[in-house]
Design a protein around this ligand. Sequence first.
Ligand code: GDP
Ligand code: MG
Length: 503
Amino acid sequence: MPLPDPALVVLVGASGSGKSTWASRHYRAAEIVSSDQLRGVVGSGEHDLDASTDAFALLEQVVAARLGRRLTTVVDTLGTDAPRRRRWLAAARGAGLPGVAVVLDTPAGVCRSRNAARDRPVPARALERQLASVAATTDLLAGEGWDAVLVLTPDDLPTYLPTAGPRNTPSRRRSGTVATDGTSPPPGVLREGGGGLRGVVLHLSRFPAEVDLLEWLRDMAAAAEAAGLAGIALMDHLIQIPQVGRAWDPVPEPWVALGALAASTTRLRLGTLVTPVTFRAPGITAKAGATLSALTGGRAFVGVGAGWWEREHAAYGLGFPTPRERLDALEQGIETMKALWSPGTKPYAGQRVSLPETTSYPRPVGELPVIVGGGGDRTLRVAARLGDGCNVPSDEVGLAKVARYLALVAEAGRDPSTVHATVLDLPLVGRDRDDVWSRVERHRGRTAAASFAARHHAGTPDEHTRRLAGLAGRGVTTAFVAPVGLDGPDDVLALAPLATAFG
Ligand code: GDP
Ligand code: MG
């Protein structure tokens, strides 16, 4: 059972019941506040009972400070002091964090024998008192308002044995190195024919300076294929956007770069997320998309949007019309592309666009989906009527837009199961809990750690897999994933477990 995170986690159990062992299996050392450890800090050692008052004063201070920052806090004490538990739970609530009590319900005999084996055992009578008050506490917890009470019996405990694979062992890294024998297609890839785009697509928005760009792109593509991802999307901007990097960071022209990727991939879907209609005449984007489709045997997609960043338009001598005109251009652009890709070369006279002929070769191979980026209501309506998919953020607001988009698709008389409801997800992915939090520290800038972690769903690959599977349950067909701090192929390989989220 995955516990809420961030959260207050209060352990309850007698000496030797396995509290500290359980905590260190599941949490980073800095997240655990232990009265024994603090006795060792302010007293002569972990069992210096004379230091208890000072140790608990410090413990209360650490708990309050961490909860105030909305950071996960695991309180490792006997857990039998009801007023303290109430105070901690109130502090968690005040910070908006859930509170969970975890009872180590280890048989008395096991606690006794573990205690006896210790260098400095708790006196036998004291242990009996502890066992009695743990039993009494367990009965009280249900009435104290905890968000969850988890009672771990010895059946649960063996899975937490030190030999069961502590962090950072090679077995934990296995997820990052996927066999590439090519015998069976990885999940989420080429299940459907044509331009199907279901699964997790790597979104590249940051490109390294001072490396061989072609080699870097090839390495990233090889890693994405090995990880079983469904495709690669390239950002289409003329100057690096402030949300991602510095203006002088390199941003390759995506259609040229996609041509290079086409030469070194055999399974990945390739396209842009998203091409502003203000950058290129739509017929030219239609030509690029169809060419990429031909080069890849039908693995291309075209992301389009209205464009939003005035600065890059000014710098490159492009017009930047009003929002209404840009949305008009988006509608016309999609209609133009679809006209040029449809069979035949006859004249086209549509609602917004007329073309004297539609002579456009090569034709796309199979479906060439148009994914419309943006969450404004008119954009969603354009996506539903004219496009083949939408792209919105993966947060709650975005998910509401996915629902709206699917309703609009149905309203337009189209089958919602044939469109691509896609989200852009910016996860922070770490190998394990320690790696996750060191990445949070590295990348959070001046944002509070807890807010940054929440915004990017900071977690392990397994946690992201579960979360993305939840998105699939809400109508999302494709997650474009742009991991925070993505630098090289190893970070792409770490996404392998996520590839299964939509399968
Ligand atoms: P605490 O006093 O409740 O913090 O208990 P500890 O976590 O310090 O555990 C007491 C002893 O029991 C240590 O020697 C642990 O290695 C051992 N221990 C803890 N959990 C388990 C378990 O699940 N299985 C076994 N076999 N030993 C455990
Ligand atoms: Mg302990």
